[in-house]
Write a protein that binds this ligand. Structure first.
Ligand code: SF4
Ligand code: SF4
Length: 358
């Protein structure tokens, strides 16, 4: 029987966004008529009522210290009606209800060291994962890779010189939170895990580690009379999925953990199916603190796309039109046997459409 006084439910979802929205956005919710792009980093939306709102976008690092946050909020209070929001690519956006407020806001942001841009056909801020800062399994950093690359690509963020929008993502392991991107820089393990047998029995639940392996390469075993695991190295695809539930399955390695670059990923939208990114460069040195080799390849791909794509072609549309062999010719990237996908397990397990199957 239910108690008379039930405890109140604990709500931990996101709060109602309307309370934080600019009053012009609340008043004209779902009544917007058109929008345009007056300059890089600025969008103007005009409502059926005739009201207009300007959005000014600046790039930030994903993980912000409190001093930077206070600076950004002070700028918002002084120059932007006190309303901000963050985009999923770690940009901060300020909304203002008058054109005369736009330039003073941009001046305040730039004089505090922030870069305004990232709209329309620019290179948007790179989406990144946690990296060495606070994840327990990264094989490389995320913030460091993003910082090094954006230092080199900052003019492409500030200006709109690309054929269409470019989304770049990074991912510091092979299996978890990295995303689809026009260009994705992902960790690539090149050898099976090395098992610390002394620790397995103390740390790991062996059945769950066995179950994690997508190719059934892990078996229970005994070493020196202790229960442990063994890996069939011929089957192992070096994905690293066994490492999070069982840290003694050491897969990160300064020499054999490399970076790989994939291109042409795009989420499904109203016009097209999702397109899966494809590997174009592998075995790139994982070379902190500036990752120069990976950055040089990303720049090479971007420059080729900029020179060769037609207006408004995304990277996947451009490659669909010219074909993969022409892509490799134009970028000068070597095509090797490692680019050939001969793993067929994904045919049954991966969705390639938006349909839900049971
Ligand atoms: S991509 Fe992997 S290593 Fe990086 S933060 Fe996500 S789970 Fe951690
Ligand atoms: S690295 Fe991946 S394929 Fe290899 S044993 Fe671990 S889970 Fe299996």
């Amino acid at each position: 029987m239910a108690k008379k006084e039930m405890r109140r439910p604990i709500e931990s979802g996101c709060p109602d966004g309307f309370q934080y929205m600019h009053p012009v956005m609340v008043k004209n919710f779902a009544q917007w008529q058109w929008h345009d792009h007056p300059r890089p980093g600025v969008l103007r939306h005009v409502a059926e009522s005739g009201d207009a709102i300007w959005t000014v976008r600046a790039g930030t690092q994903r993980i912000l210290d409190v001093f930077t946050l206070r600076t950004l909020c002070d700028i918002g209070d002084e120059f932007a009606d006190g309303h901000v929001r963050f985009t999923i690519r770690s940009n901060i956006e300020y909304m203002v209800d008058g054109e005369e407020k736009v330039n003073p806001l941009i001046d305040a942001l730039e004089s505090a060291g922030f870069v305004v841009g990232g709209t329309a056909n620019s290179v948007a801020m790179i989406a990144h994962t946690q990296g060495w800062l606070h994840c327990d399994i990264p094989g490389t950093d995320a913030s460091g890779v993003v910082k090094s690359m954006m230092d080199e690509l900052i003019d492409e963020f500030r200006n709109c010189n690309m054929p269409n929008r470019v989304h770049i993502t990074t991912s510091c392991c092979q299996i978890n939170c990295g995303g689809q991107g026009d260009i994705a820089i992902n960790v690539q393990h090149t050898k099976p895990p090395k098992i610390n047998h002394d620790l397995v029995a103390n740390v790991c639940e062996r059945p769950s580690v066995v179950a994690r392996c997508p190719v059934a390469a892990i078996r229970p075993a005994q070493v020196n009379g202790k229960p442990t695991l063994e890996v069939d190295e011929k089957k192992c695809i070096c994905c690293g999925a066994c490492y999070p539930p069982c840290p003694p399955m050491q897969i990160n390695d300064p020499e054999h953990t490399k970076l790989a670059i994939w291109v042409g990923g795009n989420h499904s939208n109203a016009r097209s199916k999702p397109s899966f990114q494809k590997l174009v460069a592998s075995g790139i040195p994982n070379n902190p603190p500036r990752w120069p080799e990976a950055t040089a390849i990303v720049k090479k791909i971007l420059n080729t796309y900029k020179d060769d794509a037609r207006d408004w072609e995304r990277i996947n549309d451009w490659i669909d039109r010219i074909g993969w062999s022409r892509f490799f010719e134009l970028t000068g990237l070597p095509f090797t046997k490692y680019h050939i996908d001969h793993w067929r397990g994904s045919r049954k397990s991966l969705n390639s459409s938006t349909h839900i199957r049971f």
